[in-house]
Design a binder for this molecule. Structure first.
Ligand code: DER
Length: 223
């Protein structure tokens, strides 16, 4: 469908930014899927030589299927580029991420990269963050208390479930989805949530993005 075409277009565009010899942070989600596919084609056809660090088990599977050699932080100190999707992008290129429950490792590979490139279709562009419920990764031991502390900041968190059971992240933690509706000061909210002991990481990515590639109807917009 139309949205898939846009995701494929921006995924392929981002893949062209990957050069021989690069260490690449591989994000998660259905837009990143197309970027991984495109890198695989370049490895097959042009002999592109890269190594990737995946941000989720699902991404690791897609990367292996694409023939992308995988590495990890025991071998790589810094990444040259990380390419990832997002659930919302605001006018300052702050993000909400975590729709795919991979936000913790996604934020690690984003911070570890010289360049952090976001690939989204136009539906993710917003004026103000918050319509998409903010995912927060929390320690299962204390999640009720953590949810209660977050609710004092202005929303009622819900525990993300998967077939009636709490969803467990690749790191063995839970996800709270926090419907703030509007987040006018994302940097401040991020700091407030992070200061709650029991919060592991939030889906607010503040001042991390280098480039956003936006798939629009008949155009790819770089911002
Ligand atoms: O979970 C994530 O942060 C993903 O990157 C997600 O936000 C984007 O997923 P999509 O490309 O499937 O919309």
């Amino acid at each position: 469908n139309e949205q898939d075409k846009l995701k494929k277009a921006v995924g392929e565009k981002a893949a062209t930014m990957v050069k021989d010899g690069m260490k690449v942070g591989l994000g998660s989600g259905s837009t990143v899927y197309w970027m991984i596919r495109s890198l695989g084609e370049r490895i097959q056809k042009d002999g592109l030589k890269i190594e990737g660090i995946p941000s989720s088990n699902q991404t690791a599977i897609w990367a292996e299927e694409a023939g992308i050699p995988l590495t990890d932080f025991s071998h790589v100190k810094e990444l040259d580029i990380t390419i990832d999707g997002a659930d919302e992008v605001d006018a300052n290129n702050h993000l909400i991420k975590g729709g795919g429950a991979a936000l913790f490792r996604e934020k690690v590979i984003a911070q570890a990269a010289k360049e952090f490139v976001i690939i989204v279709d136009q539906s993710k562009i917003v004026d103000t963050l918050g319509e998409f419920s903010l995912p927060v990764e929390v320690l299962p031991f204390s999640w009720h208390r953590t949810a209660n502390e977050i609710s004092k900041l202005g929303c009622v968190p819900t525990l993300r479930v998967n077939e009636e059971e709490p969803l467990v992240t690749d790191n063995g933690n839970y996800i709270l989805d926090c419907p703030f509706k509007v987040i006018p000061f994302p940097d401040k909210l991020n700091k407030e949530i992070k200061s709650i002991v029991g919060v592991i990481e939030t889906g607010l990515f503040i001042d991390m993005v280098t480039t956003v590639i936006v798939g629009e109807k008949d155009n790819i917009n770089i911002k």
